[in-house]
Each structure stands twice: as structure tokens, then as C-alpha cells.
Design a protein around this ligand. Structure first.
Ligand SMILES: [Zn+2]
Length: 140
């Protein structure tokens, strides 16, 4: 099995702070659903961050019979599968770049590296006007 090249921030050693601290939405891997586990404790002065999404991808490739990758989104409000990605409709936030890139990849069939290159420097959809969309952050 070929080893994947190290990700930025991966080449850390004990006592050395990483140049890049991994976080959700950092777009440093091509996983569809980025998940970074994060455990930190002030009393032992240590933090553990794990790219669970990348580890899961390796695990999934070993056990494909236990994985469903569904090319649709399940809308619990309508009890239906929706195959077309929804337009950004959030009032209190612009679309995060990592989500925008993945949406473009789904819509065009391009790979994430191709999308990143082609759309470099372009801005994702902006927040929609108040009263025309949904809010992610409650006012209360
Ligand atoms: Zn990943």
C-alpha cells in the first residue's frame, strides 16, 4: 500500500508546535466530510488532534461491504432524498470555502484539487438577505 504524502501540520515531533493547527473546515484533505478529533487538557499540557476522516477513509477501503456512500441528501422535513445540492440560503454567514468547493465538485464531477485550482481566488456565495433564508446562529 502506498503511503499518503504528509499533510501540512502532520510532521510534528514531541515538543514541537505544528506550523498549521488542523481544524474542521481547514480543507487540508479531500475527504467529503472533514472531521478532526480534538482533545486538549491544560493540566497535562497536551493536545491530540486526529484527522478522523482520513483514518476512516482508510478503514472504509478495508471494509467496503459496511459502507454506504449515497449520492443524495436525506431531507428530514420532507422525508425525501434530494440528489441536487441545495443553493446557499444562510442569512448570518457566507458559505464556507471548503463546503463551496465540495459542492462544485459534486455539481461538476471535478476533483477537489481541480476545483481548488480552477476557483482559486474566487469567493463563495455570500449570506442571503435577512428574512430570505435560514439562520445558523440563534439570536438568543
Ligand atoms: Zn480527511
Amino acid at each position: 500500500m502506498l503511503e499518503a504524502p504528509p499533510l501540512p501540520g502532520q510532521d510534528i515531533h514531541a515538543g514541537v508546535m505544528p506550523e498549521i493547527v488542523w481544524g474542521h473546515g481547514d480543507d487540508l484533505c479531500d475527504c467529503t466530510f472533514q472531521q478532526v478529533g480534538d482533545w486538549t487538557n491544560p493540566y497535562i499540557g497536551r493536545t491530540l488532534r486526529v484527522r478522523l476522516c482520513c483514518i476512516w477513509a482508510r478503514l472504509f477501503s478495508e471494509y467496503p461491504q459496511f459502507v454506504q456512500e449515497i449520492p443524495a441528501y436525506y431531507d428530514q422535513n420532507t422525508d425525501r432524498w434530494e440528489t441536487d445540492p441545495m443553493d446557499w440560503n444562510v442569512e448570518d454567514s457566507d458559505m464556507p470555502v471548503h463546503i463551496w468547493h465540495r459542492q462544485i465538485a459534486v455539481l461538476t464531477g471535478l476533483s477537489l484539487p481541480e476545483v481548488r485550482k480552477h476557483f482559486e481566488g474566487e469567493q463563495p456565495p455570500k449570506a442571503v438577505a435577512d428574512g430570505t433564508g435560514v439562520r445558523l446562529i440563534s439570536d438568543g
